[in-house]
Design a protein around this ligand. Structure first.
Ligand SMILES: [Mg+2]
Length: 264
């Protein structure tokens, strides 16, 4: 039987080598892997990824609404007193200022604290945070959020911010040590979650004690996001200080390179 003839192509016929194509082996060690799995970031939440003031103002508004529903006080008047206290010298004692102004018994305060902590927050990540987290993960960083505060409150913030999908884990520091950061056990838990050694990880946060001294005490390099009014003695300053979360990639790259030089 005669095989059918294919038409001859008009142009030159390409010549392929007869040898098999061998794919290069996938590297499991060495520079290739180091480049893709560069390290871990342990990132604070409040005042690092979003302004905590958003949560506070929402909580004070919830308290004002609550007190207006239970007492002969208008919500607007209550909120004005609460915000004046927050903006002034009574920050941290806003509920006491409210009780004093409207002659409320002080035993109402635990009830107001419950309202404040339990309110459903509306929060937004700082501009540029999502893009930066996505870029960091594309570059091979693994990211864990390590946050102080009551886990029930902090988890409501995480849910409102919808930030969990942009990181590799969220840890509530109070679950690992009383008071949370700066206790070393909290950072050890984050390192375990990252499955990386401290020398390959960097702590990012705004708090000079909880994040910077705590992170350093656990053997981490540190990046502080500066906040107005926060003064840090030079001996306790972070390895890098930046103004915006968007500067984390360049600062972290520089610090990890420094770590690699140190251990070489
Ligand atoms: Mg913070």
């Amino acid at each position: 039987m005669i095989a059918p003839q294919l038409p001859t192509p008009a142009g030159p016929v390409p010549v392929f080598p007869s040898r098999k194509v061998v794919m290069p082996p996938v590297e499991t060690t060495g520079a290739h892997v180091r480049r893709r799995r560069r390290g871990g970031l342990i990132v604070d939440l409040d005042d690092t990824l979003y302004p905590r003031e958003q949560f506070v103002l929402g909580g004070l508004a919830a308290v004002a609404r609550h007190i207006a529903g239970a007492r002969a006080v208008s919500a607007d008047a209550a909120l004005t007193v609460l915000i004046d206290a927050y903006d002034g010298e009574e920050r941290g004692r806003e509920l006491q200022a409210l009780c004093r102004r409207f002659d409320l018994p002080s035993d109402v305060i635990p009830e107001l604290v419950t309202v404040f902590r339990g309110h459903r927050p509306s929060l937004w990540l700082r501009p540029g945070v999502v893009d930066t987290l996505q870029r960091l993960r594309r570059d091979g960083w693994r990211i864990v959020i390590l946050t102080n505060g009551l886990p029930s409150v902090q988890s409501s913030k995480v849910a409102a911010l919808e930030v969990a999908r942009f990181v590799d884990g969220v840890l509530y520091a109070e679950q690992f040590a009383l008071g949370g950061k700066p206790a070393p056990a909290t950072f050890q838990a984050a390192l375990a979650q990252l499955n990386l050694p401290a020398r390959s990880c960097i702590c990012v946060g705004d708090d000079p004690i909880c994040d910077i001294r705590g992170g350093r005490g656990a053997g981490l390099r540190t990046i502080r996001i500066s906040r107005s009014g926060v003064q840090v003695p030079s001996r306790h300053e972070a390895d890098a200080v930046i103004d915006r979360f968007e500067d984390v990639p360049s600062a972290a790259d520089a610090l990890l390179n420094l770590v690699n030089v140190d251990v070489a």
